[in-house]
Design a protein around this ligand. Sequence first.
Ligand code: NAD
Length: 380
Amino acid sequence: LKIGSPKELYAGEARVAMTPDSAQALQKLGYECVVEAGAGKAAGFSDDAYRAAGVTVLNTATELYASADVIAKVRPPEASEVEHLTPGKTLISFFYPAQNKDLLEQAKNKGAAVIAMDMVPRISRAQKMDALSSMANIAGYRAVIEAGNNFGRFFTGQVTAAGKVPPAKVLVIGAGVAGLAAIGTATSLGAIVYAFDVRPEVAEQIESMGASFVYLEFEATQDGAATGGYAAPSSPEFREKQLAKFRELAPEMDIVITTALIPGRDAPKLWLADMVASMKPGSVIVDLAAERGGNCDLTVADQRVVSDNGVIVVGYTDFPSRMAAQSSTLYSNNIRHMLADLTPAKDGKLVHNMEDDVIRGATVTFEGAITFPPPPPKVQ
Ligand code: NAD
C-alpha cells in the first residue's frame, strides 16, 4: 500500500506528519511513500530530501489523496480533506472526535477508517505512539524558552564584576507531561523552580528534578486526583487553599508557567487578575492552557498581552509548531510506530485489528460506523 502526507491546511501550521527519515522506516514496513510538494518545507524538509529518501513527490493534494491508501497528517482534517476519503482508505491524524462530531459523521459516511492520534490509550505499551505526550513535552520546553525570550533577565544567578544577579524564580502549575518538561528546562537553565499539582504522586518526580513541590496545608493530602492518572475538579475548600498559596507566591515569582488541565472541561482559572497585579513588572506568564480558555484571567489565546503593571502574558497555542523540525520528527515517529503495529507482517499490508486495545481505542470510524467512544479498557 501507499502512505502519503499532504501539506497542512491550518494557517501557520508548520509541522508535517512524514519526514524523510520516517518515510525510510515506513518503506522497511513494505509501504511506498508519497508527499505533496512542499509538505515539509516549513519544518525544514525539502522535496529533494524526500526524493533522496525514496519518496514520490506529487504536485497537488488531490493527486496525493487519490494515490495514497493511508493518509498521515497532523491537524484534524478539514471537511474538504475528508471529502477525498473513500472506503478502503485510512486517515491517521489528531482528530479530537468529541469536539469534531460533524467531521466524524462525514468520515463515517465516506466509509473510511480514521485513527485519532489523540485517542491512543495512555498505557505503557502505547507510549511510543503517544503523540499527546510527545507534543506536550515540546510545548513545555518551548514555554520556558518563550518565557526567557520575554524576560529581561538571566535565569541563573551570577556573581560578575559588573554586579550580582539573583536567580529567577519560576513557578510551574500543573506537573503533567508539559509541566515536567518545563520544570526540567527551567532547572537546567539555573532558575529556582517551584511546582504545584493537585496529584500528590508527582511530588517525588518534581523533587527529583531539582524543583520544590508546593505543599498546601490541607487535612487530607492534595485532592483532585481522579482515575487514569488524570485530574478531577478540586473541592471549593481545596481551591481556596490553592489560590491563597498562589497569592502568597505571586509577588516573589518572576516566571509562571501554567499547564493545568482537566480532561473534558475548560481549563481551571488558577492565576487570577489580582495575582497578576501583585507580580513585579517584567515578570512573565506563559499559559499552556490557552487553547482551553487559559489558567490565567488575562490570557488571550494566540496573543502576547502586557498587563497594566507590566506583566507579560503569553497565550500562544502553537508551541509545537514553533519547533516544527523537532515536533515533526517526534510526531512522524509516533505515526510510524502506529503503522508498525498495524503492519504485523511488515509486508506493506495494513491489518486493522480491532481486537488490539490500542488500535481499537484510537479508531474512531471503521467500516462505515462510528467507533467512538471506545469501550472502557479491560482491567489490566
Ligand atoms: P493534562 O494535560 O491533562 O493536565 C496537566 C496537569 O494539570 C496534570 O498533571 C493535572 O494533574 C494538572 N492539574 C489539573 N488541575 C489542576 C489544578 N487545579 N492545579 C494544579 N494542577 C492541576 O495531563 P497530561 O500531561 O496529559 O498527563 C496526565 C497524566 O497521565 C499524568 O499522570 C501523566 O504522567 C499520565 N500519562 C501517562 C502516560 C502513559 O502511561 N503512557 C502517558 C502520558 C501521560
